[in-house]
Each structure stands twice: as structure tokens, then as C-alpha cells.
Design a protein around this ligand. Structure first.
Ligand SMILES: Nc1ncnc2c1ncn2[C@@H]1O[C@H](COP(=O)(O)OP(=O)(O)OP(=O)(O)O)[C@@H](O)[C@H]1O
Ligand SMILES: [Mg+2]
Length: 520
């Protein structure tokens, strides 16, 4: 194995837990605890991201070696690794939950790649830490496959995300009660190695703030600016305000991406929001099939639907307000309010930009916002697949006064209902076509703009579930194929039409396909 260059700034520069004994505890005055992964019985590499391996300088031969599975299954440390679990808190479903921390994620260290980029490597499911509370520190194969695939899919969709280097089967089983109904079962265990420039979450700031530990809060903020926002290092006394504004901006941009591609995170607690505006924690997430702002995949949230698709931008704002509250000992109220305003402005601008791109227009007028709103209402009312509809919208002949809606037919889940609603669609298409003609983009330009904003392939819930079903039988080919398809989500891939098809009927109410529990 080639030597990775580690620069473990987090554990070097920040105060850690002096207590190194095992055991669950409240950790005060420290931002992390040193803890090693717990070895597993038979680590085996099940999948890896070629792009992420290359970014870290791993050859394919190295990836295939037993030493790789040992290291990223948590059985051996590579030279320079200094494992730790981070100490953070969070608001869960709107209520302050106190200390949470990495209960099953263990960071191995921060690699500085040849191109100078920093990648913190983190194992998810690597065994107990001081923050494991009553849980086992492990992760099951099904949730690990979902995290592995979606991290990479999001990256290729152009959505900021933590990445996934590897998926390692542990050879151990993990007991989970998937629907919390008293039916616990042994499932195969797995570990994903995630990678990101930083895993700092809103909750890392909230915890010291909640305890009135302003010195620790300030240490973390100074560190975060130095390491993760180095361009602000010279901003002097403005740095804090600028930092908060940038966090707000990145969060807003992320929300606009999620809304554009139809991603529903499912558990937008403040401990699951990244300070860099990356998608983090792929738990009971889901992809919108039929367009429905009220949909959430998370069965735990089925009652209140706090984290439903259409609510995500508002929730992110609420989360940012909690972060602002945590930082109020260090940042002036006016600057925090300015940051929150920047969130709103950035989101509104990004949403308009997405509207223009999704409809193939050069720019977005107020009339276009109304046009899109009307379309969304129609999609929702008539059970229309979001991804297929927008992708096919590029095939509408906008030279016609009254365009033929035929290219959109495939998007309907209930063809009778869609047929009954066709007059409204025809009417909408006529106005859309007029607007597209007024915009005047040449056909190829319009189509290219739309194809770059409307993915042909997304990681539909049922596709991931099919890959999981096969993997649980020992056949990883489905995982590999899905990973491959999702490398080029904006390109038509001949022979892979099935991956762009709408959700089949059997998947409508099946666990893992339309409903996900938090059990993972
Ligand atoms: N099996 C487990 N063992 C120990 N702690 C766990 C386990 N599952 C979740 N936790 C902890 O519960 C808290 C909330 O869990 P949540 O589902 O948001 O995160 P997660 O899926 O474990 O991980 P992450 O946010 O790191 O992707 C976190 O502190 C997490 O570490
Ligand atoms: Mg989490």
C-alpha cells in the first residue's frame, strides 16, 4: 500500500477528551474522543468508487488487495491514521437532543492528496465509541449500500455531497428491528468509508454553545475557518460574519440542488447538516417518483412529515437559525441576520436559475415562476413522474402553436387520470412553447441546457432496493451496475433504459422502495 500523506489537523489543533477508556459518557470541554475501530471477522471489499480511489492515489491493484479491506474494514490502521469520534449535539425533529456525537462513525485521519486537496476518511459502522449511547456502533449492509451508492450518485449529479471510497462487508451480523415492531433480525454488517474535506456539522457548534463553553466554541470556529474556509483567513474581524454568510449560501445552494433533482434527505436534524453545505448522512432518504411535495420516505416522520420534500428549504433555514443562535456569543446579531437573509436570497436566486434551466430558458422571469408553479400543481394532481417528465420536456416541439404532448406520456403513473387531465397539459404546453419561442434559444442549445439540469437517471428507491436484495444473496453485480449507471446521470445510456423507467407497481408500497425506516 502506498504511503498516504496524513495531516490530522482536527485532532492536532483541537482539544480532545483526556479520558481514553471505552464506555459511553458525556464529554465536556473536548471536541472529540480518540477511539480505534473495533476489528471485524472477515472484511471483504464489496464495491469501491474508482474516482475516489484515484483521488486518493490508490491503484486498482491496491484497492483489490487484502490490506485495503483490512484498513477500510477497521482491522488495521495505515501509517499516519489517528482515529477519533467527533463530539456534537443536535436538534432532532425540532427538539434539542443534547450530546449525540459520532456513535458509529470513526474518522481515520485527513489525507492530503497529491493535488493538495484534503480528504478526511471516515468509517461508518466501525464499532462503539463514547457517543454510541445504547446502540452498537455498527451498520447493516442494506443501509451501507444505500449510503455508498447515493454518495457517488449525488457527486455525479453535481450535488455537493460527502463521498464514498469503499463498501466493505464485515462478515459479522448485526441485529436490527427494521420497523421497530418487535421483529428483530440478524442482518449482514458492512462499513462504508466516507470522504469529505470536513465532516463538521451544525451540531458540532451547537453542543459547546448549549453548555455555555464559549472558549471551546471559539476554538472550533477559528479552526473551521482556518482549515475549511481558508480564503476567509485574511478577512480579519469580518471573518466570522463572512463565514456565517458563506455557510448560509452553501446551504441554500444545496437545497436548490435537492429540489432540482427530487432528493428527499429524510432526517434533516441539525446534526445531519454539513458546515460545507454537503449532503451528509444517507439514512432514510428517497427520490421523488411521482411529483409530490408532501412526500417523505421516512416512516419515523410519517405523522408530522417535518422533513417532506417540499419543506426542505424551510427546514434548512430553521436549522441555520439554530446555528445562528449557537454562534450568537461570537457573532453580532446583525451579521447573523444578514446571513439568514443571504440564505433566502441565494435560495430564491438558485431556484429561479433551476426553473430556467429545467425549462430550457436563458433566464427566469416572474411569469416563468408562475408557469413552473402551475406545472408542479398539474404534476402533483395527476401522479406524474418528475424525472421522466422533465427529461422528456426537452423533446417537446416548441415551434408548434399547440405542441403534441406525446413525448410526456411515459411519465404518467395512472394513464387514465393523465388522459383526463390532458387538456390542461396541452394548454400549458402552448404557453410554454410560446415562451420558449420568445426566449429564442436554438433547439440544440435549449435541449443541452435542459439535459444538463434534468437527469435521465436518479437513484430510484426501488433500484437501490433491487441491488440490495441481490447483494444480500451474495451477488454484488446489481450494486456495481447501478454505480456505473449513476456515473453519467445526464447522458442517455443505450441499453440501460430500464434504469430510467418509472417505479413499477410492486414497489409502490414496499419497504425500502417507498418507505424507509431509520433502522440502519
Ligand atoms: N448503530 C449505531 N450505533 C451507535 N450510534 C448510532 C447508531 N446509529 C446511529 N447512531 C448515532 O445516533 C445519532 C443520530 O443518528 P443518525 O441516524 O443521524 O446518524 P448516522 O446514520 O449514524 O450517521 P451519520 O450522521 O454519521 O451519517 C448519531 O449520533 C449517530 O452516531
Ligand atoms: Mg446522522
Amino acid at each position: 500500500m502506498h504511503a498516504l500523506r496524513f495531516d490530522n489537523a482536527f485532532v492536532r489543533d483541537l482539544p480532545g477528551d483526556p479520558d481514553t477508556a471505552p464506555g459511553v459518557r458525556q464529554v465536556h470541554g473536548a471536541l472529540y474522543s480518540r477511539v480505534d475501530p473495533t476489528p471485524v471477522t472477515a472484511p471483504r471489499l464489496l464495491a469501491h468508487s474508482a474516482e475516489m480511489a484515484a483521488a486518493l492515489g490508490f491503484s486498482e491493484a491496491e484497492v483489490a488487495s487484502p490490506a485495503f479491506a483490512e484498513a477500510f474494514g477497521g482491522n488495521a490502521l495505515l501509517p499516519g491514521m489517528q482515529p477519533y469520534a467527533a463530539n456534537y449535539g443536535g436538534h432532532q425533529f425540532g427538539a434539542w437532543a443534547g450530546q449525540l456525537g459520532d456513535g458509529r462513525a470513526i474518522s481515520l485521519g485527513e489525507v492530503v492528496a497529491d493535488d493538495g486537496r484534503r480528504w478526511e476518511l471516515q468509517l461508518k459502522g466501525a464499532g462503539p465509541t463514547p457517543y454510541s449511547r445504547s446502540a452498537d456502533g455498527r451498520a447493516v449492509l442494506r443501509s451501507s449500500i444505500r449510503e455508498f451508492l447515493c454518495s457517488e450518485a449525488m457527486h455525479h449529479l453535481g450535488v455537493p455531497s460527502t463521498r464514498a471510497l469503499s463498501l466493505v462487508g464485515t462478515g459479522d451480523s448485526v441485529v436490527r428491528d427494521m420497523f421497530y415492531d418487535g421483529h428483530a433480525q440478524a442482518e449482514p454488517g458492512a462499513i462504508v468509508c466516507r470522504a469529505a474535506p470536513s465532516f463538521i456539522r451544525f451540531g458540532n457548534f451547537e453542543l459547546p454553545a448549549s453548555r455555555g463553553d464559549t472558549a471551546l466554541l471559539k476554538a472550533l470556529l477559528d479552526f473551521c475557518i482556518r482549515r475549511d474556509f481558508p480564503h476567509l483567513a485574511d478577512a480579519g474581524e469580518n471573518a466570522y460574519a463572512q463565514w456565517f454568510g458563506e455557510v448560509a449560501q452553501r446551504t441554500a445552494t444545496l437545497m436548490a440542488h435537492w429540489m432540482r433533482v427530487g432528493f428527499v434527505h429524510g432526517v434533516m436534524n441539525t446534526d445531519n447538516l454539513s458546515i460545507l453545505g454537503l449532503t451528509i448522512d444517507y439514512g432514510p432518504y428517497g427520490w421523488v417518483d411521482n411529483y409530490d411535495p408532501d412526500w417523505t420516505p421516512n416512516t419515523t416522520d410519517a405523522g408530522r412529515r417535518r422533513y417532506r420534500y417540499g419543506q426542505q428549504p424551510q427546514v434548512a433555514y430553521w436549522n441555520l437559525s439554530q446555528l445562528a443562535g449557537a454562534l450568537s456569543p461570537l457573532i453580532a446579531t446583525e451579521a447573523l441576520q444578514e446571513g439568514l437573509r443571504r440564505y433566502v436570497e441565494t435560495y430564491n436566486q438558485a431556484e429561479r436559475d433551476a426553473i430556467a434551466r429545467k425549462m430550457g430558458l436563458r433566464e427566469c422571469s416572474d411569469g416563468d415562476v408562475a408557469l413552473m408553479q402551475e406545472l408542479r400543481g398539474w404534476l402533483q394532481a395527476n401522479e406524474i413522474d418528475m424525472t421522466i417528465f422533465f427529461r422528456a420536456l426537452a423533446d417537446i416541439d416548441v415551434r408548434a402553436e399547440r405542441p403534441d404532448p406525446a413525448p410526456l406520456a411515459e411519465a404518467a403513473y395512472d394513464p387514465e387520470r393523465a388522459a383526463a387531465a390532458e387538456p390542461a397539459l396541452r394548454d400549458w404546453l402552448a404557453r410554454y412553447a410560446a415562451r420558449a419561442r420568445e426566449d429564442g434559444s436554438p433547439a440544440d442549445e435549449r435541449e443541452a441546457r435542459m439535459d444538463a439540469a434534468n437527469p435521465r437517471y436518479v437513484l430510484r428507491n426501488y433500484l437501490a432496493q433491487q441491488a440490495i436484495d441481490r447483494a444480500e444473496q451474495g451477488d454484488l453485480a446489481g450494486v456495481h451496475e447501478l454505480l456505473e449507471v449513476m456515473r453519467r446521470p445526464y447522458h442517455d445510456q443505450p441499453g440501460r433504459e430500464a434504469f430510467a423507467a418509472k417505479r413499477p407497481d410492486w414497489a409502490r408500497e414496499r419497504a425500502g422502495c417507498s418507505m424507509l425506516s431509520c433502522s440502519s
